[in-house]
Design a protein around this ligand. Structure first.
Ligand SMILES: Nc1ncnc2c1ncn2[C@@H]1O[C@H](COP(=O)(O)OP(=O)(O)OP(=O)(O)O)[C@@H](O)[C@H]1O
Ligand SMILES: [Mg+2]
Length: 234
């Protein structure tokens, strides 16, 4: 059973050979008295869940911005090895707010950062969605448990919430955004937020109380450049 999982780890890591894994060699890890079997199981689960989360367009995305890489390092340093496998798991940690106009690569950097954490082998059970998808999934309708959906985004040790301030502001949208940001703020849960609102109008789009929390909890990273989509079909 572990052979398949080892193969998944090897195959995925070989595509990102420049990223240094936390446990690079499971045999050596076992020889040193670690539980290599459990470590393989946990690491394969981490890689598989992140690969499932990343949409096809960002299949090869890697984080390259040094401020984003600095954030990845901080997250790694705050993850604590689990008792059995010694694979590090994140409970709480720093956040990031990627700002910049359309098409400069915010979503690419964010998925790249999630991928880095998975290749390194950090368990953080990430969730990812555009805030507009969170609204759409939560919108009350028969058969939908809106609060369960809210909790899945609020409680995750690592969440990527894309496109803050992109949806039309309604009282309900503002309340969901506030509750989500406030929950993650209060519990010090690592979150990557992005927005293409210019910094001066972000507070208008998301509300003063959300903007205030973002300022305290997240490192602000302006991404500059041109709209990469204008380069043509990829
Ligand atoms: N560093 C990169 N290397 C190669 N391709 C990239 C890079 N960054 C972004 N791209 C590509 O450029 C396009 C736009 O990137 P992305 O979707 O991340 O932009 P964005 O800033 O999130 O835009 P928006 O504000 O509209 O959501 C995508 O096709 C993406 O795959
Ligand atoms: Mg985007």
């Amino acid at each position: 059973m572990n052979r398949e999982k080892l193969e998944l780890i090897r195959r995925t890591r070989s595509m990102f050979g420049h990223i240094t894994p936390f446990i690079p060699d499971f045999d050596a890890f076992t020889a040193r008295g670690g539980d290599g079997f459990a470590a393989v199981q946990d690491t394969a689960a981490i890689i598989a869940s992140t690969e499932k989360l990343i949409p096809p367009r960002y299949q090869k995305a890697d984080a390259t911005d040094e401020r984003v890489l600095g954030w990845v390092d901080k997250v790694v340093s705050q993850a604590k090895p689990s008792r059995l496998s010694h694979v590090p798991y994140l409970r709480s940690g720093p956040s990031l707010l990627l700002l910049g106009p359309t098409g400069v690569g915010k979503t690419h950097q964010a998925y790249g950062a999630l991928r880095r954490l998975s290749i390194i082998g950090i368990g953080c059970a990430p969730v990812a969605a555009s805030i507009t998808d969170v609204f759409a999934k939560m919108r009350p309708r028969p058969g939908i448990d809106s609060e369960a959906i809210f909790r899945s985004y609020a409680n995750a040790p690592l969440a990527f919430i894309d496109d803050l301030g992109a949806a039309k502001a309604t009282e309900w949208n503002e309340e969901v955004t506030y509750r989500l940001v406030n929950f993650r703020y209060e519990h010090r849960l690592s979150t990557i937020f992005t927005s293409n609102a210019p910094p001066k109008v972000l507070a208008n789009r998301v509300g003063e109380r959300v903007a205030s929390r973002l300022t305290e909890m997240a490192r602000r990273v302006p991404i500059k450049g041109v709209d990469r989509r204008l380069g043509g079909i990829t």
